[in-house]
Design a protein around this ligand. Structure first.
Ligand SMILES: Cc1cc2nc3c(=O)[nH]c(=O)nc-3n(C[C@H](O)[C@H](O)[C@H](O)COP(=O)(O)OP(=O)(O)OC[C@H]3O[C@@H](n4cnc5c(N)ncnc54)[C@H](O)[C@@H]3O)c2cc1C
Ligand code: FES
Length: 275
């Protein structure tokens, strides 16, 4: 059995600037055998190490149907993310994983789908949105709502434009504060709800973003009649091992790294410390 604490080396093959503090990195494993064997599910995460600096968990943000290369979107907030932001194409990082439960993709088939993403909450949702779009006919109504503080804070701007044009999905975008070029909705993401004719029956809603956005989105969705078991999110906790050994990510009797990071709000409501 291979050592679960030993990272595999991966090479950076593409870097995309997203906002002033956020970049998307595309990787491929240096060892062709590791590259060939690598698979992940939507909503899973990796432990990425900036060699000589440290390791931190990051959600996979690309399509699990195409795992040969994979993307992660990183906001520079501390030592590891700053060190990763200094990397260039061709540089190596260490990678462990994929870890975590991920989204149970098949359970959502035949349902209406709503995504509510805020700021840097969109990346983990993208690993579910993309394979769902690959299998679009397996799902009913499909709505993506995305909010950011300003137009400059939007990630994946090219992909947002493509989603906006796609006839087979509904898409809404908003910013808290516009600029001279912004022609769209202004207001927090929940201001889009009354404009989008949300279907409550047979629907699963995926909510991911800053804690304050999640709190208001859940409040509004509950008022509209969405049940907690049909509202799904990913939790972030301080992590070390990522594999259920160290206890750093424990909330009551659950370890976010192995029981999560994906939970529905019925499960989250039962945890001693809510997100
Ligand atoms: C499952 C999971 C998925 C994640 N996915 C992503 C992702 O896709 N992209 C991304 O940019 N980040 C993601 N994170 C957060 C990322 O792991 C942390 O920001 C990480 O600690 C950064 O390491 P650092 O050394 O750069 O900063 P640190 O020195 O660890 O932290 C810098 C600052 O951020 C705060 N902080 C760190 N981690 C957290 C946290 N989890 N919650 C609240 N505050 C925190 C610290 O208090 C400190 O103020 C994820 C975390 C988890 C658990
Ligand atoms: S990070 Fe070690 S148990 Fe979850």
């Amino acid at each position: 059995m291979s050592n679960i604490y030993l990272p595999n080396l991966a090479r950076i093959i593409k870097i995309q600037d997203e906002t002033y503090d956020t970049k998307t990195f595309e990787f491929e494993f240096a060892d062709p055998k590791v590259k060939q064997a690598f698979k992940f599910g939507p909503g899973q995460f990796l432990e990425i190490s900036a060699l000589g600096v440290g390791e931190a968990p990051f959600g996979l943000a690309s399509n699990p149907n195409r795992p040969e290369t994979f993307r992660v979107t990183l906001r520079a907030v501390g030592a590891v993310t700053w060190a990763l932001h200094q990397k260039r194409i061709g540089d190596l990082v260490g990678i462990r994983g994929p870890f975590g439960n991920g989204f149970p993709f098949d359970e959502y088939k035949g349902k209406n789908i709503i995504f509510v993403g805020g700021g840097i909450g969109l990346p983990p949702l993208r690993s579910l949105i993309e394979p769902m779009l690959d299998a679009r006919s397996a799902f009913k109504d499909f709505l993506i709502l995305y909010g950011a503080r300003t137009p400059a804070d939007q990630v994946y701007q090219d992909r947002l434009k493509e989603w906006e044009k796609m006839s087979e999905i509904r898409f809404g975008m908003t910013v808290d504060v516009g600029d001279a070029n912004w022609k769209g909705n202004v207001g927090v993401v929940t201001t889009l709800f009354p404009k989008c004719n949300l279907i409550v029956e047979n629907t699963v809603v995926f909510v991911c973003g800053p804690p304050i956005m999640i709190r208001f989105a859940i409040m509004e969705l509950s008022k509209l009649g969405f049940k907690p078991e049909n509202i799904v999110s990913t939790l972030e906790r301080y992590m070390k091992c990522g594999v259920g050994k160290c206890g750093h990510c424990a909330i009551g009797h659950k370890y976010v790294c192995v029981d999560g990071p994906v939970f529905n709000y019925k499960e989250i409501g039962k945890l001693p410390e809510k997100s």
